[in-house]
Design a protein around this ligand. Structure first.
Ligand SMILES: Nc1nc2c(c(=O)[nH]1)N[C@H]1C(S)=C(S)[C@@H](COP(=O)(O)OP(=O)(O)OC[C@H]3O[C@@H](n4cnc5c(=O)[nH]c(N)nc54)[C@H](O)[C@@H]3O)O[C@H]1N2
Ligand SMILES: Nc1nc2c(c(=O)[nH]1)N[C@H]1C(S)=C(S)[C@@H](COP(=O)(O)OP(=O)(O)OC[C@H]3O[C@@H](n4cnc5c(=O)[nH]c(N)nc54)[C@H](O)[C@@H]3O)O[C@H]1N2
Ligand code: SF4
Ligand SMILES: [Mo]
Length: 721
């Protein structure tokens, strides 16, 4: 057969690029960007283009695995594995109660095919009756939702990606991470915005790729974002740069906010943070002076240990500047596969009680709108007594490398009665699991861009800027002789085998939406039809444009608010003001006598957390370098490629030093998700090393989300030997 070109979209990362796949005899020969797609215009990256190699990688799991008594794994049929897992889950539930069964969906669960699989995953946990449900949000940017609980909610999205005249990026690097900019080519988009004279303000201790394009770059020491944003607010209030009309009508707490900032000395903040005071003032003016814009705080500030407060200040700035959509404005990224929603230009009050029902037994932590505090899950597994977690169902995640406090996490995972993971790879977590259920991979399953519909518009800085949608057939069959299910089928089968009804709430629906019943296992095509029945655009139409299309007719228009609604967004919430005041009065956090350096979080283009690690993508560098400023290297007498010893209050790892002249001094910038989970001494040049060995989960953490300090972590560095 001749090679054939098929349209699809990439499910290797959150950007979900429209791709052209060259197929011959059921095998993928090549993947490239689709130049005719209106949103992506041919964009793709090395991860997506390398996926032909992932499908046929010799390390890919083609059969479920079951752990033997000696810790090694044997292949087992999916039928047997599912029966045994269902039986064990029932037994654990009967003996210890539903809370003993915890779940975790990871990054690849959310960007793979969540539209189909998440409803069955949720239905399984609902049926079991457990609220011990975890996900990566509270080790990522958990402060986003908790901050909103203090500010209140606007009934319509922010103006976000729609023609910003100013963008404020705090510790985020969209050119590499596809967060903070709309889906598509981030390079092309920002070039277009800058061409329109958009101001780009970046706060980061590293002069990242995006910082190099900034109109205002604040290369601040890590950990100073609260003070810097407070200084921005002070400028905005003092110089009356806020949107007076919006503030008068919809905002409360300005007096409390101003009074908390009364004694703030911008010159002192500038000195502590290591930036020029004039630049802070100019940047604040540039941002607030623009007509439209948005601010996005990334993992840098959110991993600082006080994400809720940084995020609160970030959305306070946007609220003062009136960055929210008004009546009559059109929501360009209206969902296509999901139902249209009603947006109203009005405030909804802060939650009276931001915490939800779930309580942990440790450190007074609670469930919040950000979810359960994931960094405390290991403690819940290790703490004996009523409610102890005995089983974990992990899907598309890699707790063994992704959770802080790695040594404890490994102890916890290996103490479980049952650990099941759904992963196509023999990940560091899979190695510890009792059962590994490998699912089919992206190009082997039919899907539609439901995830994009869900993330777009409603959260500032995520998703797409247009009402783009795409459907893809399964492009190739799974490998011959394999025994794989789709992710959703795994959860469907567990539901049924545990004796529950397959009754699911479609992804992205409110909790009171009608559930769909499945009396027998549907085909994937039928399932997709049913899940998108209420979509704004009929699935049939979306299928008719297989290369992807922008459905920009009948977009959602923001409706006027109810004139009787007196709710306001609270920029001076008492609890946040107390915390802010503590910060402004605290001693400089950069000083630590025992450890001179600060470990910073960092992402790389060619991998996605622990995914996409492959010879084709890493091109001969399989490890994660320990990046240092060259002047620091000279001072420490460390040469390029030297092995170093990195130690913190918690642990020690080995690393290979590489110079990065873009780093501020006295920092160490290193990616996570490398290394051998159970052998931290493994050769760093082959496996890399995991910063999570260095990061305690229970020392410095955000009190609302439980998210530990995962950046700006005090460390010492010495040449090994
Ligand atoms: N190619 C690729 N894309 C990805 C991923 C990947 O692994 N690879 N991972 C995905 C995931 S799960 C996520 S959550 C996103 C993350 O996306 P981003 O948040 O953009 O992640 P980073 O690129 O690490 O950017 C964080 C920045 O914060 C800076 N920083 C560190 N500490 C501080 C601080 O205290 N203050 C300030 N202001 N800055 C600080 C760091 O120097 C770094 O430049 O990326 C997603 N996209
Ligand atoms: N020190 C430190 N720790 C961190 C971070 C950090 O910057 N520094 N980042 C944090 C952040 S932002 C996040 S989001 C979390 C991430 O935490 P996790 O989501 O738990 O970690 P990942 O490495 O993304 O795990 C993805 C897993 O999915 C598997 N996978 C790949 N393809 C597929 C697929 O098609 N289907 C399925 N079912 N599985 C697949 C991969 O093999 C891998 O095991 O880590 C957090 N931890
Ligand atoms: S991995 Fe690369 S090609 Fe795939 S969606 Fe992300 S940016 Fe696009
Ligand atoms: Mo993340």
């Amino acid at each position: 057969m001749m090679p054939e070109l098929k349209h699809s979209f990439c499910r290797c990362c959150i950007n979900q690029c429209s791709i052209n796949v060259i197929v011959e005899d059921g095998r993928v020969l090549a993947v490239e960007g689709n130049p005719d797609n209106p949103q992506y215009k041919g964009y793709s990256c090395i991860k997506g283009r390398s996926q032909a190699a992932f499908l046929t990688d010799k390390n890919r799991l083609l059969h479920p695995l079951r752990r033997r008594a000696d810790g090694t794994h044997e292949a087992v049929s999916s039928d047997a594995a599912l029966n045994e897992i269902a039986e064990k889950l029932k037994r654990i539930k009967d003996r210890f109660g539903p809370r003993a069964i915890a779940s975790y969906w990871g990054t690849m669960a959310s960007i793979g095919n969540p539209g189909a699989a998440m409803p069955f995953y949720n239905a399984l946990l609902d049926a079991i009756g457990t609220n011990m449900r975890f996900d990566p949000n509270t080790i990522d940017k958990g402060g986003k939702q908790t901050a909103q609980s203090f500010l209140g909610y606007w009934g319509a999205p922010s103006r976000g990606f729609d023609r910003p005249d100013a963008i404020l990026l705090i510790g985020i690097n969209p050119l590499l991470t596809y967060t903070g900019f709309p889906a598509g080519s981030p390079k092309r988009w920002i070039a277009d915005m800058l061409q329109r004279d958009c101001k780009l303000i970046v706060i980061d201790p590293r002069e990242t790729q995006i910082a190099q394009r900034a109109t205002h770059f604040l290369q601040a020491r890590p950990g100073w974002d609260v003070q810097i944003l407070a200084a921005f607010i002070k400028v905005i209030l003092d110089e009356e740069l806020y949107d007076a009309e919006f503030v008068a009508r919809h905002v409360t707490g300005v007096r409390e906010l101003a009074s908390a900032l009364d004694s703030l000395d911008i010159a002192a903040v500038a000195q502590d943070a290591g930036v020029d005071a004039k630049l802070i003032v100019e940047a604040a003016r540039a941002y607030a002076g623009a007509k439209r814009g948005y601010a996005m705080a990334g993992t840098g500030p959110h991993m600082s240990g006080f994400g809720t407060l940084v995020e609160y200040l970030t959305i306070v700035i946007d609220t003062l500047c009136g960055r929210w959509m008004r009546a009559g404005e059109t929501i360009l990224p209206s969902p296509s596969l999901l139902p249209a929603y009603t947006a109203r230009a009005e405030a909804r009050p802060p939650d009276a009680d931001w915490a939800l029902a779930g309580r942990l037994r440790v450190r007074g932590l609670k469930q919040s709108r950000a979810g359960m505090p994931t960094a405390a899950l290991a403690e819940e597994m290790l703490l004996p007594g009523k409610g102890q977690v005995k089983a974990l169902i992990s899907w598309g995640g890699n707790p063994a490398v992704a959770y802080p406090d790695q040594e404890r996490v490994i102890r916890a995972l290996t103490s479980l009665d049952l650990f099941v993971t759904v992963d196509p790879w023999y990940s560091e977590s899979a190695k510890l699991a009792h059962y590994v259920l490998p699912p089919m991979m992206g190009l082997e399953v039919e899907a539609a861009t439901i995830f994009m519909d869900w993330v777009s518009g409603r959260a500032t800085g995520y998703g797409q800027g247009l009402a783009h949608a795409q459907h893809t057939e399964a492009i190739v069959p799974p490998p011959e002789g394999s025994d794989l299910l789709e992710d959703w089928e795994i959860f469907y089968e567990l539901l049924v085998r545990m004796g529950y009804r397959a009754e699911v709430l479609p992804f992205g629906s409110p909790p009171d939406a009608p559930k769909l019943q499945f009396d027998s296992r549907p085909t994937s095509s039928r399932l997709l039809e049913r899940l998108t029945e209420r979509g704004r655009i009929p699935l049939q139409r979306i299928k008719g444009n297989p290369g992807g299309h922008v459905y920009d007719e009948d977009l959602i228009v923001v409706e006027p608010g109810d004139p009787a609604n007196s709710s306001r967004l609270d920029v001076g919430h008492a609890e946040m003001m107390r915390w802010l005041t503590e910060f402004l009065n605290a001693a400089p956090s950069s000083v630590d006598d025992a450890h001179e350096y600060r470990l910073l979080c960092r992402r790389q283009n060619h991998v996605y957390n622990s995914s996409c690690h492959n010879e084709v993508t890493h091109k001969g560098r399989p490890y994660n370098p320990a990046f240092l400023n060259p002047e620091d290297m000279a001072e420490l007498e460390i040469a390029e490629g030297d092995e170093i010893r990195i130690s913190s209050e918690l642990g020690v790892i080995r690393g290979l030093a590489h110079a990065d002249r873009y780093l501020i001094r006295k920092t160490l910038s290193m990616s996570f998700a490398y290394g051998r989970a159970t052998d931290p001494t493994a050769e760093p040049a082959i496996y890399g090393a995991n910063p999570n060995r260095l990061i305690p989960s229970d020392q410095v953490f955000d009190p609302y989300t439980g998210q530990p300090r995962m950046t700006n972590v005090p460390v010492s560095i010495a040449k090994a030997g």
